[in-house]
Ligand binder design. Structure first.
Ligand code: SF4
Ligand code: SF4
Length: 461
């Protein structure tokens, strides 16, 4: 069942009837400045989503979440399972970034960048409109009896919805298995990669259900971000607001009273089925459709635009919009610290990581005039190519390492035993001796040298 925009309930969301069942919302098409910018921005986001898996950076897919090999490639940087703690930075940056954006621009994420809004608004609703007609025809079709024509329209619509959902699901999966690999997997029999096949079908069905049918219900009853709005937004945050002082009392076109002509156009275009004239509501995703709709009405009635507009409570009180208020500055400070720390770590990240650990079983052995210290070299290959550890050398001494040379594949971590030997006489009147240690390795046919230090234990002479 669908609902008439003029009969919105006040005691419950308009997308539910009094028995708690779904009222379908059929928003009208809207034209205007925000609509134009939203179309461009949505197209840009969809293109990024579709194209990025096909791009390469530094010889690897630009962004790849290779879960089966427990590695994550991001613009030429490869992270392995042991880099897990680093995930703290991108996650916290995204979370605090969203808090900051919300505190300044309100629900701009929901209306302009959330995949839910982007895909439904720019693809699914558009296809629905082409097949079933405008909001009035769609509402009539919904309550009409089943005929061949209605059946044909529904089959065609859901068929195209399925193809679009499958395409989005495959593009999403390409971020996990690699775009090129996915093409080969798709061309092969499903039984060869059954788990992946089931995963893609599952994602397709979830998207089909969500984008094709569930839609605004997800924003209203499921999205956790939507629930936090009242906490995240302050008096300075921008929101889509109706100018009550100017609009009320709602009357006819030329009788000198409020500017709102009570045409319900703002309600007709709202994808979550609300009347913005009732004030800020949790269901509002700040999509700006009502701004465009009302501006069109204002133009026709020769009144000033922006009866519905982006505003904030403090702006309503006459204060200037200040995106750098105290709360915003606090978020920006945290973002700055996180970002610079993360950048510093990335810039200083080497293609290897190693630790030299003293062996606990037989750490020091005296053989004739020599002292031998037993160590482990814990070496991790953090590069995208194999590394061959060729030799370990010691200043004023020698090293015996039966395990060298040793090849480590990308992401491999290995423990290598070695014995560092020096002459007893070097200890003189001390028990400990610090000496330089050199680790040689080869990568891509080139030899590299790492300089480190070990603390040798011995005996006073
Ligand atoms: S009230 Fe306006 S901005 Fe909010 S969801 Fe509805 S149309 Fe979009
Ligand atoms: S579109 Fe504008 S004039 Fe029409 S009902 Fe909404 S606020 Fe009033």
């Amino acid at each position: 069942m669908s609902i008439n925009p003029k009969d919105l309930p006040t005691e419950r969301p308009s997308s539910f009837n009094e028995k708690g069942k779904r009222n379908f919302i059929h928003p009208a098409v809207v034209k205007g400045t925000f609509r134009k910018y939203r179309n461009i921005f949505y197209l840009f986001l969809i293109l990024i989503f579709l194209v990025v898996p096909w791009t390469q950076y530094g010889g690897e897919q630009t962004i790849l979440l290779d879960l089966s090999h427990r590695r994550f490639v991001f613009f030429g940087h490869t992270f392995w399972a042991h880099d897990g703690p680093l995930i703290f930075f991108p996650l916290t940056l995204a979370a605090v970034g969203l808090l900051w954006v919300t505190s300044v621009w309100g629900r701009v994420w929901c209306g302009w960048a959330c995949p839910q809004t982007v895909f439904i608004d720019s693809l699914f609703r558009r296809v629905e409109g082409w097949i079933e007609g405008d909001h009035i025809k769609r509402r009539a079709l919904e309550s009409a009896p089943w005929t061949m024509s209605k059946f044909g329209k529904k089959v065609l619509k859901w068929g195209i919805f399925f193809v679009m959902s499958a395409h989005i699901a495959h593009s999403f999966t390409a971020y996990f298995v690699g775009a090129k690999e996915l093409v080969w997997i798709t061309l092969a029999s499903p039984t060869e990669n059954l788990d992946l096949f089931i995963f893609v079908q599952f994602i397709t069905l979830v998207l089909l259900f969500d984008f094709g049918w569930f839609r605004e219900q997800f924003c209203i009853i499921m999205c956790p971000y939507g629930r936090f709005q009242s906490v995240l937004m302050g008096r300075e945050s921008l929101a889509v607001l109706y100018d009550e002082k100017r609009g009320e009392p709602r009357r006819g076109v030329d009788d000198g009273s409020g500017d709102c002509v009570d045409c319900y156009r703002c309600v007709q275009v709202c994808p979550t089925g609300i009347d913005i004239r009732r004030g800020v509501q949790l269901e509002c995703i700040a999509c700006t459709a009502c701004i465009d709709a009302c501006n069109d009405v204002m133009k026709k009635t020769k009144k000033a635009p922006n009866l519905i507009r982006y505003a904030s409570v403090s702006k309503e009180e006459g204060k200037k919009f200040n995106p750098f208020n105290l709360r915003s500055m606090a978020y920006l400070t945290v973002l700055g610290i996180l970002f610079s720390t993360f950048t510093f770590i990335l810039m200083n990240r080497k293609e290897y990581d190693f630790k030299i650990i003293r062996a606990v079983d037989s750490p020091t052995v005296f053989v004739q005039d020599q002292v031998s210290n037993h160590f482990y070299l814990n070496f991790t290959n953090q590069s995208q190519k194999p590394i061959v550890l060729t030799e370990i050398k010691l200043e004023d001494g020698s090293v015996v390492s039966p395990e060298l040379p040793k090849e480590l594949q990308p992401g491999d971590r290995n423990k290598i035993h070695f014995f560092a030997k020096v002459k007893k006489g070097l200890f003189k009147d001390q028990y400990k001796l610090k000496k330089k240690l050199f680790i040689d390795y080869q990568k891509g046919g080139v030899t590299y040298k790492i300089e480190s230090e070990v603390s040798l234990l011995g005996a006073k002479n």
